[in-house]
Design a protein around this ligand. Structure first.
Ligand code: TXA
Ligand code: MG
Length: 339
């Protein structure tokens, strides 16, 4: 299959809508990362997503809508907290989990009795959903396990030949995925930190919990609330380790690999000259927004320069930085060195 790349203009949006209507796959830009979309109400179309990505069958998908009214048929009921959250954060990088209705195919919910729904703020994404005329199931448009795609080229590198089309909307603004919160619990709980920081959610809901799996490795026996949390994720081919400590300590640590070309650093802007290794910077030290925006493409860049072992400076885990740290932890398969 030849993968066509469309501009985000009327013609491209029209063509994307047509493919989606007829059961095909199109990668679409969103404000978080590129999504690999299919008609969410067509189980057969949705199963193609799993095949193209190599995604485990038991990992459910997020359903994307462009109007609030589209939510009602997807769920058993719309909880009051969903209305509060939607009013504050939709359209935007927040995914809300609720009890699903019967029209959600098993392929979308992976056998769970819940469905995850999000209304993206990206104009082109919403136009494509409207054109398709149906809600769209869309995971990140990468090969399962690799860093999520924040440009059309990332999508092309992972999925060319496996999907009908990519709509090129340029670089994604947020750069990492939506925050996933479940309302299917006593207390609303964040299953995956993302574009909307927990501090913001706390301003709208009285109480929220953060799932243990956000910062901790799950043991073999534990059943994750979000199936996606049990998989190794977001990782480049290189072996990543997070190194906690000051820049001086980090540089000192890296010195032991001085002549090793296969070792590289993932650092903050301006630190390159102090680190005795090849460096890919991913944002200014205190700037979590920048780090969120650049982390995934910096991880891909490590592979491009041929790094085999990557040592990463540790981000601050506050605000959107919690999501940055969560993604880097998974890229590193939870390997952290404290100096
Ligand atoms: O920003 C985003 O959320 C992007 C863009 C494309 O919208 N999408 C995205 O989808 O990140 P994906 O499939 O890569 O991640 C969805 C996460 C997975 O961890 C999955 O396990 C979880 O959401 N999830 C989906 N439905 C769920 C459900 N019913 N219950 C628990 N977790 C669910
Ligand atoms: Mg993903």
């Amino acid at each position: 299959m030849q993968t066509v790349i469309y501009k985000p203009d009327n013609q491209g949006i029209e063509a994307a809508g047509k493919i989606l209507k007829s059961g095909g796959l199109v990668a679409i830009p969103t404000e978080t990362v590129y999504g690999l979309a299919a008609n969410a109400l067509d189980g057969q179309a949705v199963s193609k997503i799993f095949k193209a990505k190599g995604r485990p069958q038991d990992n459910p998908l997020i359903v994307h809508i462009s109007e609030f009214e589209q939510l009602f048929p997807l769920v058993l009921e719309v909880p009051e907290n969903a209305v509060l959250l939607a009013r504050a954060f939709w359209p935007g990088p927040l995914t809300i989990i609720m009890k699903k209705s019967a029209i959600i195919p098993d392929e979308v919910s992976a056998g769970l009795d819940t469905v995850a729904v999000r209304m993206p703020s990206h104009k082109v994404a919403r136009q494509i959903i409207s054109k398709a005329g149906v809600p769209l199931a869309a995971p990140s448009a990468n090969i399962s396990g690799s860093p999520s795609p924040t440009t059309a080229l990332h999508v092309y590198n992972d999925l060319s030949g496996k999907i009908s089309a990519i709509v090129d909307g340029g670089k994604c603004d947020v750069g990492l995925e939506s925050t996933v919160i479940t309302l299917n619990a006593q207390v609303p709980r964040i299953l995956r930190p993302g574009g909307i920081p927990p501090e913001k959610l706390e301003q709208v809901l009285d109480r929220i919990d953060i799932d243990d799996a956000v910062l901790n490795i799950l043991s073999e026996e534990e059943i994750p609330s979000s199936p996606g949390m049990k998989y190794k994720h977001y990782s480049p081919k290189a072996d990543v380790t997070i190194v906690k400590g000051s820049l001086e300590e980090f540089s000192e640590y890296i010195k032991q690999f001085d002549n090793d070309d296969l070792v590289a650093a993932l650092c903050f802007d301006g630190e390159e000259e102090f680190i005795p290794a090849r460096c890919i910077p991913y944002g200014a030290h205190g700037d979590s927004r920048q780090q969120a925006k650049r982390l995934f493409s910096a991880l891909r860049e490590e592979d491009n320069i041929g790094a085999k072992r990557v040592f990463a400076r540790c981000p601050k885990a506050q605000g959107i930085g919690l999501a940055v740290y969560n993604r880097l932890l998974r890229a590193a398969a939870f390997k952290v060195i404290e100096l």
